[in-house]
Design a protein around this ligand. Sequence first.
Ligand code: ADP
Ligand code: UDP
Length: 239
Amino acid sequence: MTQTLLYTGKAKSLYTTDNPDQLLCIFRNDTSAFDGQRIEKLERKGMVNNFFNAFIMETLNKAGIPNHFVKRHSEEASIVKKLTMIPVECVVRNVAAGSLCRRLGVSAGLELNPPTFEFFLKNDELHDPMVNDSLILTFNWASQKDIDQMKKYAFAVNDVLKKLFLEAGLILVDYKLEFGHYHGELILGDEFSPDGCRIWDAETKKVLDKDRFRKEMGDVVEAYEEVAIRLGVKLPQVA
Ligand code: ADP
Ligand code: UDP
């Protein structure tokens, strides 16, 4: 397979493949916080996130939510459909945490009913500012149809995953999704892993996601692995 590096982000690298419609996505051990201001390598994280993401994307696919995942290629890489990404992040929240608490002064842990939806512009230099439908249309980041579909899919993901996580004794607090176009069709791209969502133990409220890295709580990858195992993700045995 001829591979040319197409893009390297904060946590993943995308390579071309022999198929012009597909990319090789390598999940690296790099872990970043605060718009890339703090970066560290966490052993095994790339592998855990690759298996985690494959499991979630396959689950979503079965539930009728189209996404870019094609197949796992190796322990740390997967083949994905090459998308033209929409430069906004879609955040759905079931429980208040993180920037929602900072912006609105609400207490962390407050149940959000109905769940909320926010758009953020994907731009580290500007610290991913919050945007809305009007700005997205004016600046041509996406069409009204795309906006409607992103919201519809983002909540459909919630219906599937909230239940799946709860059955494993886990609360899906919030998560970020990115979408893109594949031959004109809007589908889910990027990744779903503990790097881009918040997960708490339903009983103890133990933090099991990237907040462990942001808040320097330790055992980051161990927590990701715990969630993966509880969800039924089959991880390779540690040698
Ligand atoms: P970041 O760009 O936020 O630092 P990553 O390291 O996760 O993040 O890099 C992945 C990049 O690849 C992101 O910019 C994301 O929008 C983009 N991307 C994700 N999935 C696809 C895809 N299927 N096709 C093209 N680009 C993608
Ligand atoms: N998120 C993400 N990438 C970003 C911003 C947010 O994956 O660039 C995820 C984050 O991990 C959390 C959710 O989106 O699960 C909501 O994040 P929030 O707005 O609370 O921002 P933060 O507290 O991370 O600054």
